[in-house]
Each structure stands twice: as C-alpha cells, then as structure tokens.
Design a protein around this ligand. Structure first.
Ligand code: GSH
Length: 246
C-alpha cells in the first residue's frame, strides 16, 4: 500500500510534502479535501485539523509538514533533507521553523481576505483540482469558504495589512539566507521546501509578484516550484495595504 497524503488543492505546506515524497521516490496517492471542510475531516481522521496529513505504509498517521519531513528522512535517508554538518543543519532547521511558523501562517492571513474581496477571480485557485466543482457551485461556495478560513486563520483586512508591512523585512531575511547558503544549496533542503511554496502562493497575487518576483528569493522560488495555482490581478490588494514604497 503506498502512502496516502491528505491535502487541500494549492495549500503551500501540502506542496512541501508532495515534493519531499517525490524527492524520496516514495509512491503516494492523494486525497484532496475541500477547503474549510477539510478541518473537520482532518480532525476525525488524524485528531488534528490541518493539512497536510499522511498515512504511511508503516500505518503511522502524521500531520504537520515538518514532522512529516523528519519522518521521511528517517524512512528514506537519501537524498537527505537536512545537511549532515551540525552547524549547517542548525541553520536549515532554524530557517525551516521560521518558514513554517512565520511565513506559512502569514501567507494564509494575507491570501484569505484577498480571496474574499476578489471572489470573482478566486476560481483560478481550484484549477487543476482533482474534483473541480461546477462554476456556479464554486461561485456560491467561495465567499462562505473564505469567511470560515478568515476565522480559522484569525485574519482580517487589518491582520493582512500588518503582515504586509512586515513582508519587505521577511524578503530581506530570505534573500540573506540565499546569499549565505542556508537556502538554495546544491541539495534541496527541508527549509527550501518549506519557504519556496509560501513565496509562490504569495506571488499568485500579482500585487505581491511585483514586489517578490524580481528579487533573488522570487526567482529562486519560481525555479524550484515552476508551477502555480491561482492568480489574483493587480489591484486585488488595496494600494494602501501594500508595503510602503511598493
Ligand atoms: N504549519 C502546519 C499547519 C498547516 C496548516 O495550517 N494548513 C492549513 C492549510 S494551508 C490548514 O489545514 N488549516 C486549517 C485550520 O487551521 O483549521 C504544517 O506545516 O503542516
């Protein structure tokens, strides 16, 4: 029995785990859960409400992208997702934790209010889904789903504005890690897999692609994860919410 990965289509930590499974050469099947409803299903199946979740061949059930990547490294050591050298390993673990706790969560807080305000463009985020909903159903569902997600992610227009003011500093940090080799090394690491998908999802908003895309981190993320899910045109984020000078 191959592993079974539970995802929401387009979810950035799910992309992290998918790529790790592919790098390890592990066969897996995907169960796509509908956004917002997924939290209840995950709670029932895994006792935790977030995707990604995985049922491994061993019978283990795990959630949390970092937890899953640690276990994959134990099960299939090569290619290793963490450097062997102690100091380099610590730096990668620190960047990975920051990517999970800060950037990944902020990406959700920025995206959901933007999707709610731009519901007409939101169906682009379900393109490529395994079970696409018919357009009229999708149109009716998006505002409902987005409102639930605002609650799940404790976000709002104000929370988005605060995150967007932090964005330039975060991009500096990521570019710094790329410059010193913590990210973007010869061997793709757990930190690379954690941070690049968040940048990709942020860049699905064209207002943010204009800020992130030309930077080293934007080009790196596009190179590592060339596909994309969704597109919200320029103007989807009000100008006054964008970082000063953007
Ligand atoms: N940081 C964790 C959690 C991931 C997470 O929050 N996933 C979102 C989708 S991108 C989710 O399932 N949210 C549902 C909820 O918060 O109830 C990880 O990397 O696995």
């Amino acid at each position: 029995m191959p592993a079974t990965l539970y995802v929401v289509h387009g979810s950035h930590p799910c992309e992290t785990v998918k790529r790790a499974l592919e790098m390890k050469g592990l066969a897996y099947k995907i169960i796509e859960l509908p956004p917002a409803m997924h939290a209840a299903v995950m709670r029932l199946l895994f006792g935790e409400r977030t995707v990604p979740g995985i049922k491994l061949e061993t019978g283990e059930k795990l959630t949390g992208s970092r937890t899953i990547l640690r276990r994959l490294d134990q099960l299939v050591p090569e290619p290793a997702l963490l450097p062997a050298d102690g100091e380099a390993r610590e730096r990668v673990l620190e960047a990975e934790a920051w990517g999970d706790e800060v950037l990944q969560a902020a990406t959700r807080r920025i995206l959901w209010p933007t999707l709610l305000a731009n519901a007409a463009d939101a169906p682009s985020f379900s393109e490529g889904a395994k079970m696409p909903l018919p357009a009229p159903v999708l149109k009716a569902a998006i505002p409902v789903v987005a409102r639930i997600e605002l609650k799940l992610n404790a976000t709002s227009d104000d929370a988005r504005a605060a995150d967007l003011q932090s964005l330039p500093g975060w991009l500096e940090k990521i570019d710094g890690w790329l410059a010193d080799g913590t990210l973007g090394g010869e061997q793709v690491s757990a930190a690379d897999l954690q941070i690049a998908p968040s940048l990709k999802l942020l860049m699905a908003m064209e207002d943010l692609r204009a800020i992130i895309g030309p930077r080293p981190c934007g080009q790196w993320a596009d190179g590592l994860f060339p596909g994309s899910v969704g597109r919200l045109p320029v103007g989807a984020i009000p100008r006054e919410a964008l970082p000063v000078g953007a």
